[in-house]
Design a protein around this ligand. Sequence first.
Ligand SMILES: [Zn+2]
Length: 378
Amino acid sequence: MRRPQSARPLLLLLGIALLRARAASAAPQIDSQYGPLPVFELHSGFWINLHHRLYQEARQQRSTAQAVGAKPGRSAKPTLQVAPGARPTVTAAEQRAWDDAVSYYAANYADKDLLFSTELVLLKNQLGDFETCDELSGAKKRTCDAGLPGKLTQILEGAAPAYRAQRWPSDDRANRAWIKRVAPLVREQGVGLSHRLADIYQTRWPEEKIRVDVSAVANGAGAYTTLDPLRVTIASTDPRNQGAAALEVLFHEASHGIATPVELAIVRECRQRDKPIPRDLWHALIFYTTGEVIKPLIDTESDASNDATFPSRSGGTNASQDGTRSSEDAAYTPYAKREGLYQRGWENYLQMLTRYWQPYLEGRVTFDDAIAHMVSAL
Ligand SMILES: [Zn+2]
């Protein structure tokens, strides 16, 4: 959920052939039960899930190795975790290929950030584009040549059989379940929310649907967004992204791609007043805004229909006959508040947003005045 760098200047870093990527990228989104969604296209892709699993295991292996570094004789050998109901063993060759892949990721990627490393951003995008391919080398099908460096292609194709046999079925199921749960909310609220947020940030919502790669695991934040092209990655198994919060996470992440005018306005006002530019104020602002805009929609939906769409507050807790709400049916709590983000150094930001930004959201002051007031109060 942090700020990505532009990937443009180092497009050639991986030796990726982007034109070939586009040729092979006619991948269908995962359509929900009632067809394509507005605003977003949601994907559950094999390679991008494998990539994030390898990255996660490599980082775990590195942490374990550091932890046991002082205790000779113990190793941090990677093992492919087996999902319930999956084939219990992999062949020795498959296991070796998996271990090699984790080691490769540990050596080459574990120290890099999924969001800030241009190399990892390009790789992630490329693996997303080739989600319908069984291979990445193009050996069987020319359009499936992803143009990755030879060693990396070999590593990923080598790890694929073990992942496909064991972990992928449950990862894909988790992704699809997440998509199925959020789809009705996107269908009902997506267009309205996109217009509202674009108005607030004084910009236009992207004309093309925003690609969202749903992955069993992602980065430490549980979601991240990269620009040029604007793409969102969301972890389907992260507890922070479940229930109605899924809608907020989607729109928070998408806001990373459209909230530039806010960031620029904050910088401008700070320069005019000769003040240091506050780190992360713009990010606190988009957290606050998405939460405030979504909250009444979720509360209204929850009042109208207390069903399985909102598992975090379901369980048969219908509003009682006299019209009072049970504690489980309490109002939606926005992500930043629920996860305690304001308590981690953003206390002042919350006060400023409540005092000076909220009136703008309510249409009582202009965008420029709201930003100016906030920066004055810094
Ligand atoms: Zn964020």
